[in-house]
Design a protein around this ligand. Sequence first.
Ligand SMILES: Nc1ncnc2c1ncn2[C@@H]1O[C@H](COP(=O)(O)OP(=O)(O)OP(=O)(O)O)[C@@H](O)[C@H]1O
Ligand SMILES: [Mg+2]
Length: 268
Amino acid sequence: MELLTPSSAPRHGRHARVMEEVTQPVTAPASQASSDNCPVVSLRGINKSYGEGALAVPILHDIDLQVEQGEYLAIMGPSGSGKSTLMNIVGCLDVATSGTYLLSGTDVSQLDDEGLSRLRNRTIGFVFQNFNLLPRETAQENVALPMLYGGVPRSERIDRAREALEHVGLGDRVDFLPTQLSGGQKQRVAIARAMVMKPSLLLADEPTGALDTASGEQIMELFQELSDSGATIVMITHERSIADHAHRLVFIRDGRLYTSEEVEGVAE
Ligand SMILES: Nc1ncnc2c1ncn2[C@@H]1O[C@H](COP(=O)(O)OP(=O)(O)OP(=O)(O)O)[C@@H](O)[C@H]1O
Ligand SMILES: [Mg+2]
């Protein structure tokens, strides 16, 4: 959960107008803060390198990607192709070296640490391969955590966390610790946590990667339900059988993004 704490966002310059936007009451649905009908994700000419100057290693090259409201997109690629690097940028956990990223219409490069954390908290729900649950907190406390950062009052946090857990079929496990849950159940807690702030975007990096096939299928059914109810989902995976659950599929190879037609001629 360290990734989601307010202090862990990368540092940027300030921009007063955008700061005003992101300091709206955090309990308002994220969609109210963004322009209607603008894409949830708009990446233009995104490049990412690690390291500085002559030692810089380019990882992502000239990525253009648009994700509309209500889309369910899978990004598929082999190990080391840049999937998590891209996810970290889309999730505002890292910043691009160059290019423009508009998240629900907001240029993230204009935000400082606090602005980014607020935007992330209100706009994005994360699901990771290894669940990232706090081991000493119950399912309910884990789900309530984003609401704590979001300034939601305690009694409302408890009610909403229970509801979210009921929604993923864990109404009878609210007081269980992660160690008392199966992998599939842990991932459902993580999904409940991801959705509890009603984010504009559900961002999942290998959500079934640590699960057996049957539990993975159950998680995919849950994603399908969320998609049917209007959620925007970006899911990263290296498994074709998982990617096929999405409505649109793009491929990443050596840090470049391709459509299915384009990828045919590209070597693995
Ligand atoms: N902090 C970092 N510093 C330097 N290089 C990095 C850093 N993070 C990732 N890389 C490099 O970027 C490339 C892409 O890594 P990334 O984690 O995005 O791959 P991935 O597609 O998610 O792979 P996997 O399927 O194994 O998770 C790799 O070559 C990796 O070594
Ligand atoms: Mg990865």
